[in-house]
Design a protein around this ligand. Structure first.
Ligand SMILES: [Zn+2]
Length: 266
């Protein structure tokens, strides 16, 4: 499932694919991904546009095109941007941008939890889902003790709360807690000062490692799609912990599966 590193990868790809290009035509399927706008309206608004800038905020992509046209996009659970030749379309393509270099950019999303909403470019940062995001997980000035202050939520759940901290999801929250040996059930507001500092470092390390792994020019395969599993605990129930030899366990927390090592996370 896409989290900060995967969304950042999508942003880097899209910036390079769209640099200096014009969208000569767009095709948009009727689906909940494109929101309340009619497919025809979206296609028309994108035709003739070029990208001015593309920002990532948390797990959102903020597109600014010329003529003040903008779009807010999210990859949801299975979304992915792909560049293909016209004769090689992927399945589940919800939106297609035909570029003046002959390439076709597809937004592919089998489960359709993602979105691509047309919005005026100047108002993108004021949109509610963007305005309510907490600080970026990779912000060098991140103060986790402040971010989690007073939280009675389990620390794993609080780390995934985008209004506290933007960018971490189920996978990376589990991975950073494993790295610092913290039990995911502990109360987020009650860690020791040294533990907040260690968590800040772990977040940077784990996300930067993921960004490096994904420093590939084209498509990445999500681990749920059968890609390599580079993670220490995520998706490894009953395997041995590489640190203490104990068994990796999983349980449900706020409706999501949490993986951890009961042997060395306290
Ligand atoms: Zn262990």
């Amino acid at each position: 499932m896409p989290e900060l590193p995967e969304v950042e990868h999508a942003a880097r790809c899209l910036r390079s694919w769209l640099a200096g290009r014009t969208i000569v035509r767009a095709e948009v399927e009727q689906s909940r991904v494109i929101g309340p706008s009619a497919p025809r309206t979206v296609a028309k608004a994108l035709t003739g546009r070029h990208l001015v800038k593309l920002e990532r905020r948390g797990k959102y992509l903020l597109f600014t095109f010329d003529k003040g046209q903008g779009a807010l996009a999210h990859l949801g659970m299975t979304g992915k941007w792909l560049r293909r030749t016209p004769d090689d379309p992927p399945s589940h393509s919800r939106l297609r941008l035909f570029l003046d270099d002959g390439a076709v950019l597809h937004y592919r999303d089998p489960r359709m939890f993602g979105l691509f909403y047309l919005e005026p470019a100047e108002g993108l940062h004021r949109l509610r889902p963007v305005a309510q995001l907490g600080p970026e997980a990779l912000d060098p000035k991140l103060d986790l003790a402040e971010v989690l202050r007073g939280s009675k939520q389990p620390v794993k759940v609080a780390l995934m709360d985008q209004s506290r901290l933007a960018g971490l999801g189920n996978i990376y929250a589990a991975e950073v807690l494993y790295q610092v040996r913290i039990d995911p059930r502990r109360k987020a507001g009650e860690l020791r000062p040294a533990e907040y500092k260690a968590l800040e470092r772990a977040i940077r390390q784990v996300l930067k490692r993921a960004l490096k792994l994904q420093d590939v020019p084209e498509e990445i395969t999500y681990v749920e799609e059968g890609g390599d599993n580079p993670f220490q605990v995520y998706g490894r129930p009953k395997e041995r912990c590489r640190r203490c030899g104990g068994k990796i366990a999983s349980f449900t927390q706020a409706g999501r599966t949490t993986w951890w090592c009961p042997g060395c996370q306290r």
